[in-house]
Design a protein around this ligand. Structure first.
Ligand SMILES: [Mg+2]
Length: 285
Protein backbone atom coordinates (compact mmCIF):
# COMPACT_ATOMS: atom_id res chain seq x y z
CA UNK A 1 0.00 0.00 0.00
CA UNK A 2 1.27 3.41 -0.93
CA UNK A 3 1.90 5.69 2.02
CA UNK A 4 1.60 2.88 4.56
CA UNK A 5 4.10 4.43 6.94
CA UNK A 6 2.88 7.94 7.59
CA UNK A 7 5.39 10.43 8.90
CA UNK A 8 4.77 13.79 10.44
CA UNK A 9 6.65 16.72 11.79
CA UNK A 10 5.89 15.33 15.25
CA UNK A 11 7.49 11.91 14.62
CA UNK A 12 9.97 10.20 16.93
CA UNK A 13 13.62 11.22 16.51
CA UNK A 14 15.53 10.07 13.43
CA UNK A 15 18.95 8.42 13.37
CA UNK A 16 21.58 10.98 14.30
CA UNK A 17 18.99 13.20 15.90
CA UNK A 18 20.06 15.76 18.43
CA UNK A 19 17.75 16.39 21.34
CA UNK A 20 20.20 18.93 22.70
CA UNK A 21 19.96 22.62 21.99
CA UNK A 22 22.04 23.88 19.05
CA UNK A 23 25.32 25.73 19.28
CA UNK A 24 25.60 29.21 17.81
CA UNK A 25 26.65 29.16 14.14
CA UNK A 26 29.86 30.95 15.16
CA UNK A 27 30.93 27.71 16.90
CA UNK A 28 31.01 25.84 13.57
CA UNK A 29 34.66 25.47 12.61
CA UNK A 30 35.94 27.08 9.46
CA UNK A 31 37.76 23.83 8.56
CA UNK A 32 34.49 21.86 8.46
CA UNK A 33 32.81 24.59 6.42
CA UNK A 34 35.78 24.79 4.05
CA UNK A 35 35.18 21.12 3.18
CA UNK A 36 31.46 21.69 2.50
CA UNK A 37 30.28 21.36 -1.12
CA UNK A 38 27.06 23.34 -0.92
CA UNK A 39 23.73 24.00 0.75
CA UNK A 40 20.36 22.30 0.86
CA UNK A 41 17.78 24.74 2.19
CA UNK A 42 14.12 25.09 3.04
CA UNK A 43 12.34 28.12 1.51
CA UNK A 44 9.42 29.40 3.64
CA UNK A 45 10.60 31.42 6.62
CA UNK A 46 14.18 30.33 5.89
CA UNK A 47 14.70 32.42 2.73
CA UNK A 48 11.36 34.22 2.76
CA UNK A 49 9.08 36.31 4.95
CA UNK A 50 5.34 36.25 4.20
CA UNK A 51 6.06 34.28 1.02
CA UNK A 52 8.54 36.78 -0.50
CA UNK A 53 12.30 36.27 -0.54
CA UNK A 54 14.14 38.61 1.82
CA UNK A 55 16.76 40.89 0.23
CA UNK A 56 19.51 39.43 2.45
CA UNK A 57 18.65 35.90 1.28
CA UNK A 58 18.62 36.87 -2.39
CA UNK A 59 21.98 38.63 -2.04
CA UNK A 60 23.33 35.54 -0.27
CA UNK A 61 22.13 33.26 -3.10
CA UNK A 62 23.84 35.56 -5.60
CA UNK A 63 27.09 35.58 -3.60
CA UNK A 64 27.07 31.76 -3.32
CA UNK A 65 26.41 31.51 -7.07
CA UNK A 66 29.40 33.78 -7.81
CA UNK A 67 31.56 31.42 -5.73
CA UNK A 68 30.13 28.38 -7.60
CA UNK A 69 28.73 26.99 -4.33
CA UNK A 70 25.50 25.17 -5.28
CA UNK A 71 22.23 25.75 -3.42
CA UNK A 72 19.34 23.31 -3.75
CA UNK A 73 16.06 24.50 -2.24
CA UNK A 74 13.56 21.90 -1.01
CA UNK A 75 10.06 23.03 -0.09
CA UNK A 76 6.55 21.87 0.66
CA UNK A 77 5.30 24.61 -1.66
CA UNK A 78 3.62 23.61 -4.92
CA UNK A 79 5.23 23.26 -8.31
CA UNK A 80 3.16 26.16 -9.66
CA UNK A 81 4.37 28.45 -6.88
CA UNK A 82 8.00 27.40 -7.35
CA UNK A 83 8.39 27.71 -11.13
CA UNK A 84 9.05 31.47 -11.30
CA UNK A 85 11.60 31.24 -8.45
CA UNK A 86 13.37 28.26 -10.05
CA UNK A 87 13.74 30.44 -13.13
CA UNK A 88 14.70 33.66 -11.31
CA UNK A 89 16.83 32.66 -8.30
CA UNK A 90 20.47 31.64 -8.81
CA UNK A 91 19.93 28.13 -7.37
CA UNK A 92 20.92 24.76 -8.82
CA UNK A 93 17.37 23.46 -8.36
CA UNK A 94 14.12 23.82 -6.46
CA UNK A 95 12.38 20.63 -5.37
CA UNK A 96 8.72 21.33 -4.60
CA UNK A 97 5.91 19.42 -2.89
CA UNK A 98 8.24 17.79 -0.34
CA UNK A 99 10.40 15.94 -2.85
CA UNK A 100 7.82 15.19 -5.57
CA UNK A 101 8.86 17.53 -8.36
CA UNK A 102 12.18 19.13 -9.28
CA UNK A 103 12.83 22.20 -11.42
CA UNK A 104 16.28 23.08 -12.69
CA UNK A 105 17.78 24.93 -15.62
CA UNK A 106 18.84 22.97 -18.69
CA UNK A 107 20.56 25.55 -20.89
CA UNK A 108 18.03 28.34 -21.35
CA UNK A 109 15.05 26.11 -20.53
CA UNK A 110 13.61 25.20 -17.16
CA UNK A 111 13.36 21.44 -16.83
CA UNK A 112 10.71 19.72 -14.67
CA UNK A 113 11.08 16.14 -13.45
CA UNK A 114 8.90 14.05 -11.13
CA UNK A 115 9.70 11.47 -8.48
CA UNK A 116 6.61 9.44 -9.51
CA UNK A 117 5.55 8.32 -13.01
CA UNK A 118 2.52 9.87 -14.70
CA UNK A 119 0.14 6.95 -14.09
CA UNK A 120 0.92 7.03 -10.35
CA UNK A 121 0.41 10.79 -10.18
CA UNK A 122 -2.98 10.58 -11.95
CA UNK A 123 -4.17 7.77 -9.68
CA UNK A 124 -3.04 9.63 -6.56
CA UNK A 125 -4.58 12.94 -7.67
CA UNK A 126 -8.11 11.53 -7.45
CA UNK A 127 -7.43 9.98 -4.03
CA UNK A 128 -5.90 13.25 -2.75
CA UNK A 129 -8.97 15.25 -3.78
CA UNK A 130 -11.15 12.84 -1.81
CA UNK A 131 -8.95 13.12 1.30
CA UNK A 132 -8.96 16.92 1.06
CA UNK A 133 -12.77 16.88 1.07
CA UNK A 134 -12.72 14.57 4.11
CA UNK A 135 -10.37 16.88 6.04
CA UNK A 136 -12.53 19.93 5.32
CA UNK A 137 -15.63 18.01 6.41
CA UNK A 138 -14.14 16.58 9.63
CA UNK A 139 -12.00 19.44 10.95
CA UNK A 140 -13.97 22.63 11.66
CA UNK A 141 -12.17 25.73 10.38
CA UNK A 142 -9.83 23.83 8.08
CA UNK A 143 -9.30 25.43 4.66
CA UNK A 144 -7.16 24.51 1.68
CA UNK A 145 -3.96 26.52 1.26
CA UNK A 146 -4.40 29.37 -1.19
CA UNK A 147 -1.59 27.97 -3.35
CA UNK A 148 -3.50 24.71 -3.87
CA UNK A 149 -4.14 25.35 -7.59
CA UNK A 150 -0.41 24.93 -8.29
CA UNK A 151 -0.18 21.56 -6.50
CA UNK A 152 0.24 18.44 -8.62
CA UNK A 153 1.10 15.69 -6.10
CA UNK A 154 -0.15 16.73 -2.66
CA UNK A 155 -2.77 18.61 -0.66
CA UNK A 156 -2.14 21.43 1.82
CA UNK A 157 -4.23 22.85 4.63
CA UNK A 158 -3.44 26.40 5.75
CA UNK A 159 -2.70 26.79 9.47
CA UNK A 160 -0.72 30.04 9.64
CA UNK A 161 -0.41 31.70 6.23
CA UNK A 162 -3.84 33.28 5.67
CA UNK A 163 -5.88 31.11 8.06
CA UNK A 164 -5.31 30.18 11.71
CA UNK A 165 -5.62 26.69 13.15
CA UNK A 166 -4.69 25.91 16.75
CA UNK A 167 -2.51 22.96 17.79
CA UNK A 168 -5.51 20.70 18.42
CA UNK A 169 -6.92 21.34 14.94
CA UNK A 170 -3.48 20.82 13.33
CA UNK A 171 -3.19 17.49 15.13
CA UNK A 172 -6.67 16.48 13.91
CA UNK A 173 -5.77 17.34 10.30
CA UNK A 174 -2.60 15.24 10.56
CA UNK A 175 -4.60 12.36 12.07
CA UNK A 176 -7.19 12.39 9.26
CA UNK A 177 -4.44 12.47 6.61
CA UNK A 178 -2.63 9.55 8.25
CA UNK A 179 -5.86 7.58 8.64
CA UNK A 180 -6.32 7.93 4.88
CA UNK A 181 -2.79 6.59 4.27
CA UNK A 182 -1.06 9.89 3.50
CA UNK A 183 2.33 11.04 4.67
CA UNK A 184 1.76 14.27 6.56
CA UNK A 185 4.11 17.05 7.64
CA UNK A 186 3.57 20.39 9.30
CA UNK A 187 5.52 23.34 7.90
CA UNK A 188 5.59 26.84 9.35
CA UNK A 189 2.42 27.66 7.38
CA UNK A 190 0.74 24.50 6.04
CA UNK A 191 -0.07 20.88 6.78
CA UNK A 192 0.95 18.88 3.71
CA UNK A 193 -0.24 15.39 2.84
CA UNK A 194 0.79 13.09 -0.03
CA UNK A 195 1.01 9.54 -1.27
CA UNK A 196 4.48 8.16 -1.93
CA UNK A 197 7.78 7.57 -0.20
CA UNK A 198 9.41 10.88 -1.16
CA UNK A 199 10.35 13.52 1.39
CA UNK A 200 12.93 16.29 1.81
CA UNK A 201 15.72 13.77 2.34
CA UNK A 202 14.91 11.70 -0.76
CA UNK A 203 14.81 15.02 -2.64
CA UNK A 204 18.37 15.80 -1.54
CA UNK A 205 19.57 12.32 -2.61
CA UNK A 206 17.74 12.63 -5.93
CA UNK A 207 19.19 16.05 -6.79
CA UNK A 208 22.77 15.18 -5.85
CA UNK A 209 22.55 12.14 -8.14
CA UNK A 210 20.64 13.91 -10.92
CA UNK A 211 22.69 17.12 -11.04
CA UNK A 212 26.15 15.93 -9.99
CA UNK A 213 26.07 12.12 -10.39
CA UNK A 214 27.04 11.64 -6.75
CA UNK A 215 25.69 9.75 -3.74
CA UNK A 216 24.58 11.85 -0.77
CA UNK A 217 25.48 9.29 1.90
CA UNK A 218 29.12 9.34 0.72
CA UNK A 219 29.38 13.06 1.46
CA UNK A 220 26.71 13.73 4.05
CA UNK A 221 29.06 15.73 6.26
CA UNK A 222 29.91 17.99 3.32
CA UNK A 223 26.48 19.53 2.81
CA UNK A 224 24.91 22.21 4.98
CA UNK A 225 21.16 21.99 5.60
CA UNK A 226 19.27 25.15 6.61
CA UNK A 227 15.68 25.17 7.86
CA UNK A 228 13.24 26.79 10.25
CA UNK A 229 10.44 24.43 11.25
CA UNK A 230 9.18 21.07 12.51
CA UNK A 231 9.13 19.66 8.97
CA UNK A 232 12.91 20.21 8.77
CA UNK A 233 13.63 17.91 11.72
CA UNK A 234 14.43 14.77 9.70
CA UNK A 235 16.98 16.84 7.77
CA UNK A 236 18.38 18.37 10.99
CA UNK A 237 18.84 14.85 12.31
CA UNK A 238 20.44 13.53 9.13
CA UNK A 239 22.95 16.29 8.30
CA UNK A 240 25.86 16.87 10.71
CA UNK A 241 26.13 20.42 9.33
CA UNK A 242 22.50 21.31 10.05
CA UNK A 243 21.62 24.92 10.80
CA UNK A 244 18.39 26.47 12.03
CA UNK A 245 17.57 30.10 11.37
CA UNK A 246 16.78 31.92 14.62
CA UNK A 247 12.99 31.88 14.13
CA UNK A 248 13.15 28.09 14.61
CA UNK A 249 13.00 28.94 18.33
CA UNK A 250 9.27 29.60 18.05
CA UNK A 251 8.79 25.84 17.55
CA UNK A 252 10.91 24.99 20.62
CA UNK A 253 7.94 23.36 22.36
CA UNK A 254 7.28 20.98 19.44
CA UNK A 255 10.82 20.09 18.37
CA UNK A 256 12.26 16.66 19.08
CA UNK A 257 15.29 17.16 16.83
CA UNK A 258 17.27 20.36 16.89
CA UNK A 259 19.84 21.33 14.25
CA UNK A 260 23.49 21.29 15.28
CA UNK A 261 23.74 25.09 14.94
CA UNK A 262 21.51 28.14 15.14
CA UNK A 263 21.96 31.53 13.47
CA UNK A 264 21.61 34.87 15.26
CA UNK A 265 19.36 36.37 12.58
CA UNK A 266 15.92 35.23 11.56
CA UNK A 267 14.79 33.99 8.13
CA UNK A 268 16.80 35.49 5.23
CA UNK A 269 19.20 37.25 7.59
CA UNK A 270 19.98 33.88 9.18
CA UNK A 271 20.48 32.22 5.79
CA UNK A 272 22.84 35.08 4.85
CA UNK A 273 24.91 34.34 7.98
CA UNK A 274 25.33 30.74 6.79
CA UNK A 275 26.29 31.92 3.29
CA UNK A 276 28.86 34.39 4.64
CA UNK A 277 30.45 31.74 6.89
CA UNK A 278 30.62 29.23 4.03
CA UNK A 279 32.06 31.71 1.54
CA UNK A 280 34.68 32.97 3.97
CA UNK A 281 35.69 29.39 4.89
CA UNK A 282 36.03 28.55 1.20
CA UNK A 283 38.26 31.60 0.70
CA UNK A 284 40.77 30.19 3.18
CA UNK A 285 41.08 26.71 1.66
MG1 LIG B 1 10.01 26.63 6.36
Amino acid sequence: MIGSQPRTGFDPPQVGASATRPLPLLALSSARLAAACGIFTDIDDTLTRDGAIEPAALAALQALHREAIPVIAITGRPMGWSVPFAAAWPVAAIVAENGAVAMFRDGAALRTEYAQDEATRLRNAARLRAVAATVLREVPGATLAQDSAGRVTDIAIDHSEFARLDEAAITRVVAVMQREGLHATVSSIHINGWYGEHDKLSAARWMLQRLFGRVLEAELDRWVYVGDSTNDQAMFGHFPLSVGVANLRRFAGQLHTWPAYLTTGERGEGFAEVARALISAHATR
